[in-house]
Ligand binder design. Structure first.
Ligand code: NAD
Length: 500
């Protein structure tokens, strides 16, 4: 389903949604033990959408105990992988059947443009679940080369209770990235969505049960990070936390692990990603279009947002004018209007942070070429796509993750200098490289310190390629590809003496 509806039709749909608002434990919606709730707000209007259960340590204890019991009962963990696959494919199919409703729910809570939800987030979510489902009965264990007197079996086993602590920028896609491999390898999962965006994850849990995933296998605890998130990090029966979010909170999970059961921690954290344009770059129209997409996609609230355009001085003037031209395609407004490419900023906190970065850019001497101001639409949180020029590598907007529709042009005197500036960051998640030379493509791609380097385009790879970061952008494993399954499995050696 990808035919877009009209603005009015989306608004009508939004008005008629049944909203999931309670925690989901053991196959049932339940209020939080404390009875506490928290508001979820539509950032495009400022209106409260609903009150959602706010879980804390008590709910975590309940959900983890249930998940552990479900895991030990073995219905899911010991199910034949082909059966797990079939059920997960059914789950993906139910998401497809409900994708319009999910797309609208996602847009309402996050401020994402509905066209993105419909054309990217939902299809990618479904594809991700299907891809990992298909892998469930195609990953082989290994036999060691141990000679004729012994058989060394190297087998993978599910870990047990997996916790996923998630950000608000791609609520459905981030769930799918974790849930796909965690379920395919037989674990039970407790998910804490970001407090701003709980509803689509809750709805997914309901669909998982309807597809035949046993109660207790997928649980969702909405709540605040310092309550539900921290309690999951410290719980002794949680075997891994797969976390996507800021580097600051990622560090906390390493501490929680050290303070509790040395659970595995996998971190997908922030980025300050460059688009590097070498002197020999050609096809500058295409480069400009990709650079703008890389900076503005999801209002720049993207860990791989290319917020630094590091361009060789010889091509800078032409590229800059093409970037400005390409930005005109990116219309901002009501996320439920399918004509809009940019919607609202997720929360007031995030909005204020972006505005502060814009002010700092101006104060530190950068030149605003486009935008530079909020856009006033009712009580919504909108920021004009903003391009800065005359940015030097030491400026705040060149060093810190802004997580908004703001990007900066930094001019380099040589290709080598462009590379050095690109790598001069504590992060290393993604980099885009533009060059007409095959040799430079290889040479510079290898020298860029990032988990993913895309050449002559902006890309994160696809579901079949590992995704994760160097330096402060990541730790402990990769999402996507078969490598993602390593996050959720333990390796066991079984040694059989068969000597005569
Ligand atoms: P965040 O770190 O504030 O929150 C992420 C999650 O951690 C949320 O569920 C939150 O409730 C929880 N949390 C917050 N405080 C906590 C605490 N004290 N203890 C336990 N849990 C806590 O990040 P965010 O603002 O939601 O997301 C934006 C960040 O996520 C950016 O830095 C972005 O780069 C990063 N991100 C990374 C990737 C990636 O794959 N590398 C993808 C998306 C977003």
């Amino acid at each position: 389903m990808s035919e877009l509806l009209t603005h009015r039709e989306y608004r009508d749909l939004a008005g008629g949604l049944i909203l999931p608002v309670q925690a989901y434990i053991n196959g049932q919606f339940v209020p939080s033990v404390s009875g506490n709730t928290m508001p979820t707000v539509n950032p495009a209007t400022g209106a409260e959408i609903a009150q959602i259960s706010a879980c804390n340590e008590d709910d975590v204890n309940l959900a983890v105990a249930n998940a552990k019991a479900t895991f030990e009962a073995g219905e899911w963990a010991n199910m034949h992988p082909t059966e797990r696959k079939k059920i997960m494919l059914k789950f993906a199919d139910l998401i497809r059947q409900n994708s319009r409703e999910l797309a609208v729910m996602e847009s309402l809570e996050s401020g994402k443009p509905i066209r993105e939800c419909e054309l990217t987030d939902l299809p990618e979510t479904i594809h991700c679940i299907e891809w990992h489902a298909e892998a469930a009965d195609k990953i082989y264990d290994q036999l060691s080369p141990s000679g004729n007197d012994a058989v060394g079996l190297i087998v993978r086993e599910p870990l047990g209770v997996v916790a996923c602590v998630l950000p608000w920028n791609f609520p459905l896609m981030m769930v799918a990235w974790k849930l796909g491999p965690a379920l395919a390898s037989g674990n039970c999962v407790v998910i804490k969505p970001a407090e701003q965006t709980s509803m689509t994850t809750l709805r997914l849990a309901q669909l998982a049960l309807a597809a035949g995933i046993p109660a207790g296998v997928m649980n969702v605890l909405p709540g605040y990070g310092h309550e539900a998130g921290q309690a999951l990090g410290l719980h002794h029966d949680v075997q891994v936390v797969s976390f996507t979010g800021s580097t600051e909170i990622g560090r906390k999970f390493l501490e929680f692990s050290a303070q509790s059961n040395l659970k595995k921690i996998v971190l997908e954290c922030g980025g300050k990603n460059p688009s590097v344009v070498l002197a020999d770059a050609d096809k500058l129209d295409r480069a400009a279009e990709q650079i703008v997409y890389a900076a503005l996609w999801n209002m720049g609230q993207n860990c791989t947002a290319n917020s630094r355009v590091i361009v060789h001085k010889d091509v800078k003037a032409e590229l800059t004018s093409k970037i400005l031209q390409a930005m005109e395609e990116w219309r901002t407004g009501d996320p439920l209007d399918p004509a809009n490419a940019l919607g609202a900023i997720v929360s007031r906190e995030q909005y204020e942070q972006i505005c502060q970065y814009i002010s700092k850019g101006k104060a530190e001497g950068a030149t605003v070429l486009a935008g530079g101001e909020p856009i006033v639409i009712g009580d919504g949180l909108f920021v004009a796509p903003t391009l800065f020029d005359d940015v030097t590598p030491d400026m705040t907007i060149a060093r810190e993750e802004i997580f908004g529709p703001v990007f900066a042009i930094i001019t380099a005197d040589s290709d080598e200098q462009a590379l050095a500036i690109a790598n001069d960051t504590c992060y290393g998640l993604q980099a885009s490289l533009y060059t007409s030379s095959g040799v430079n493509a290889q040479r510079y791609a290898r020298k860029l310190q990032a988990g993913t380097v895309s050449v002559n385009c902006y890309a994160e790879g696809d579901i079949s390629t590992p995704f994760g970061g160097y330096k402060l952008s990541g730790f402990g494993g990769r999402d996507n590809s078969l490598q993602a399954h390593d996050q959720y499995t333990e390796t066991k050696t079984i040694w059989l003496d068969i000597s005569e």
